[in-house]
Design a protein around this ligand. Structure first.
Ligand code: 0O2
Length: 217
């Protein structure tokens, strides 16, 4: 179904808006499912005598304006089907961990669950972006159970340490505050941000080494 075809009358528009709202509700349900999976893993892993591996979980549903902007940018048709098939980050779950090792342990536990299908994995921890951005990104598909049916939904999961999240949040804030791309400051600021990313990576590995040393005592 076209989202907003030409010559749409008010009744058609209301029905399209309703379909969009329904789809967004399904994504919200998928977010709840994935968040619960992580909360369960957090509790269970802490039972094994370890500290809780998860510090925080943040979730977000992509805003309609951001969906529209991405659809336009990618040249995707403005239909609900095309949006669902092509945009994998409408539902987002960000899991903030204490240590890098926890990220991989949680990701493995999640992907071993038999109702979770991995669609795509991008490891920006092993292979950071040139600007220094680090995180493990997973696109997964999970079922949500509705009144009479089961529906498969895609969710983007980003796993990061506190240090990775600190850097990414500030970099995002600074980057979007002002478009510096065409200014003389761009290269210098990029270099400074990259240096901060390297420091945060070093901090992560030192804190992890201390944790492992303490656990070995
Ligand atoms: P928001 O509001 O966080 O969702 P795509 O999003 O698929 O078009 P790409 O590059 O294939 O683009 O996706 P990728 O690499 O998986 O990264 C998408 C998301 O990761 C971004 O979402 C950010 O959340 C985060 N991210 C990726 N690179 C950076 C970076 O350099 N700095 C920061 N701070 N975050 C980054 P959105 O859609 O940009 O925004």
């Amino acid at each position: 179904m076209k989202l907003i075809p030409q010559h749409t009358d008010l009744k058609d528009f209301a029905s399209m808006a309703e379909s969009f709202r329904t789809l967004m509700t399904y994504y919200r349900c998928a977010i709840m499912e994935v968040e619960t999976k992580f909360r369960v893993l957090d509790v269970q892993l802490s039972l094994d005598g370890e500290n809780n591996p998860i510090e925080t979980i943040k979730t977000r549903l992509k805003r309609p304006e951001s969906i529209a902007a991405k659809v336009r940018r990618r040249g995707i048709p403005f239909t609900l089907e095309a949006i669902e098939q092509n945009l994998f980050d409408i539902a987002g779950v960000r899991v903030i961990c204490s240590f890098p090792e926890d990220i991989y342990r949680l990701a493995d536990c999640l992907l071993r669950q038999d109702d979770v299908t991995l669609i795509e994995r991008k490891d920006y921890i092993q292979n950071p972006k040139p600007n220094g951005y680090r995180s493990l990104h997973l696109i997964i598909e999970i079922p949500i159970y509705l009144q009479n049916t089961k529906r498969m939904m895609k969710v983007e999961v980003q796993l990061r340490t506190i240090a990775m999240d600190f850097w990414a949040s500030l970099e995002h804030k600074l980057r979007y505050k002002k478009d510096l791309r065409d200014t003389e400051h761009y290269d210098q600021i990029s270099q400074k941000l990259k240096a901060c990313a390297d420091m945060s990576a070093a901090l992560d590995s030192q804190m992890e080494a201390i944790r492992n040393q303490i656990e070995g005592i």
